[in-house]
Design a protein around this ligand. Structure first.
Ligand SMILES: *Cc1c(COP(=O)(O)O)cnc(C)c1O
Length: 481
């Protein structure tokens, strides 16, 4: 195919996707939020063996849309409350597309000068937005899990170097054993990162309170038993309750023992951008590394996370690679490859740049405030319903709810019925968790489009699922046969 021919084909395909998008992006509120097909049906449409001869590109797109769309979870809907997901701003979706058209390798300045400089700009914007020390280094990752891995790799380097050990050169065997104190409220990806870094055996959990916040007393007690390299992991926004560890106290105490503090702040970090909820994360800026996400609360498409580090030299020392064939930036500017575990990578900074440029600092603050206000509205409505208990203090965007069934059914069965009803319905898709031994429904408000009206619709759906789950219990057993 000639160059001009290939160009035509690309543009025609983009046009087809554009046309389809206007149908797909129509108001999803009248539909079922979840998948309408099962795995077997999806496999029939999508998992046939690879053919010998290919299929033309337009047909490929049509097939993918036909067989793929029924299995989508409409997590971008403004009434979707599951996990902590969020939707995507139009400017972000369009920039994702542009990123593909440009197809830049975001590894080095040499492989994409634009991506490297955009990443520098975005890095400064984020550091300012979060109120972190101005010299903080930044890496754009696939998500918060990779950001945790990166931040903790920097931590491992730093605390071992301070005890005369070069972990990048000598590995861990024979190293002075670090102590790693991890809030019991920390996300599973913190534990996985520590495992991948060979540090699983060094972990000591630190007790949390009824909201899931690290108990300062418990941390103090562990610290008095500590000498040698120390890392403390805290949680900024518990994945269930949204609770935030006492950040200031955690940092001050850990630093008295020359420890490194790493915070998982996948969504909680964004509270720092808002005047009204920033006080919930005061002390955030005192940590040594932070991991967060853009694909959740900032509402950019998957995938996009961010690692930030107050010790750029340690950050770079832990991640840096060099090879004869890689041309490093010689002008003192940044090579993104030195700050994350990837080498070749999507130029994710472009979407961050576009979204932040579009919103401005006030736009980000407004997004965060709006979601927190709506989470409180949802919680207030639920708290006024018989047999419903909001079990967390709604400090950010998370609402955690327990239900009391009105007869012999167990809490777990009752919750399963509620979840099933919500996941089959058009609004308030949500998922369960267990909070301090009690089955609970997790609700997260983090979509840029969500309105008070959406929240009221969700509230009505949850209340009616709760009533139906109870009411069904009075139905004679035979009816289930
Ligand atoms: C989602 C989440 C993570 C993991 O982030 P990914 O972006 O999924 O890699 C870590 N911590 C918390 C609190 C989260 O909500």
């Amino acid at each position: 195919m000639t160059d001009a021919g290939a160009r035509e084909v690309t543009v025609d395909l983009l046009r087809a996707v554009g046309d389809y998008s206007s149908t797909y992006l129509r108001d999803p509120r009248s539909e079922r939020t979840g998948s309408v097909v099962d795995r077997a049906e999806l496999r029939r449409g999508l998992a046939a063996p690879l053919s010998r001869n290919g299929v033309d590109a337009q047909t490929v797109l049509s097939e993918l849309i036909e067989h793929g769309e029924p299995g989508l979870l409409h997590s971008g809907a403004p009434t979707f409350l599951g996990f902590v997901m969020g939707g995507a701003y139009p400017v972000a979706v369009a920039t994702e597309w542009l990123t593909s058209v440009w197809d830049q390798c975001g590894a080095l300045y040499a492989t994409s000068p634009t991506a490297a400089v955009v990443e520098e700009a975005v890095s400064r914007w984020l550091v300012t937005l979060f109120g972190l020390p101005p010299h903080t280094s930044v890496g754009i990752t696939t998500g918060c899990a990779t950001a945790n891995l990166t931040g903790l790799a920097a931590a491992r380097h730093h605390v071992l170097a301070a005890h005369g050990w070069d972990v990048e050169r000598d590995g861990l065997i024979g190293a002075p054993p670090p102590r790693i104190l991890v809030s019991q409220g920390c996300h599973v990806t913190v534990h996985r990162a520590l495992r991948l870094l060979g540090l699983a055996g060094q972990v000591t959990p630190v007790e949390t309170d009824d909201q899931g916040r690290m108990r300062v007393r418990a941390l103090e007690a562990e610290l008095t038993r500590t000498s040698g390299p120390l890392i403390v992991c805290g949680q900024v926004g518990n994945v269930d309750s949204g609770a935030v560890d006492p950040l200031e106290a955690v940092c001050d105490l850990a630093h008295e023992y020359d420890g490194w503090v790493h915070f998982d702040a996948a969504f909680g970090m964004w509270a720092a951008a808002s005047d009204t909820v920033r006080h919930h994360v005061s002390g955030l800026e005192k940590a040594d590394s932070w991991a967060t996400d853009a694909h959740k609360w900032l509402n950019v498409p998957y995938d996009c996370g961010v690692v930030l580090c107050a010790h750029p030299t340690s950050h770079r020392a832990a991640l840096r690679t060099s090879a004869e064939y890689l041309t490093p930036a010689v002008d003192g500017g940044l090579d993104p490859v030195d700050y994350t575990p990837d080498m070749s990578r999507r130029a994710r900074s472009l979407v961050l740049w576009a979204t932040l440029r579009h919103l401005g600092a006030d736009g980000v603050a407004d997004l965060i405030d709006r979601c927190c206000t709506l989470a409180r509205r949802l919680a207030a409505g639920l708290a006024h319903t018989d047999g419903v208990t909001v079990v967390n203090d709604v400090v950010l965007n998370q609402v955690l709810v327990a239900f009391t069934p009105d007869d012999q059914t167990t809490d777990a069965e009752h919750l399963t019925r509620i979840v099933t009803a919500l996941q089959r319905g058009p609004v308030a898709w949500a998922s369960p968790t267990t909070w301090r031994g009690r089955p609970c429904l997790r609700l997260s408000v983090c979509n840029w489009q969500t309105t008070a009206h959406d929240i009221d619709q969700c509230l009505a759906a949850i209340v009616s699922a709760h009533r139906d789950a109870g009411a069904r219990l009075h139905t004679p057993i035979e009816e289930f046969a």
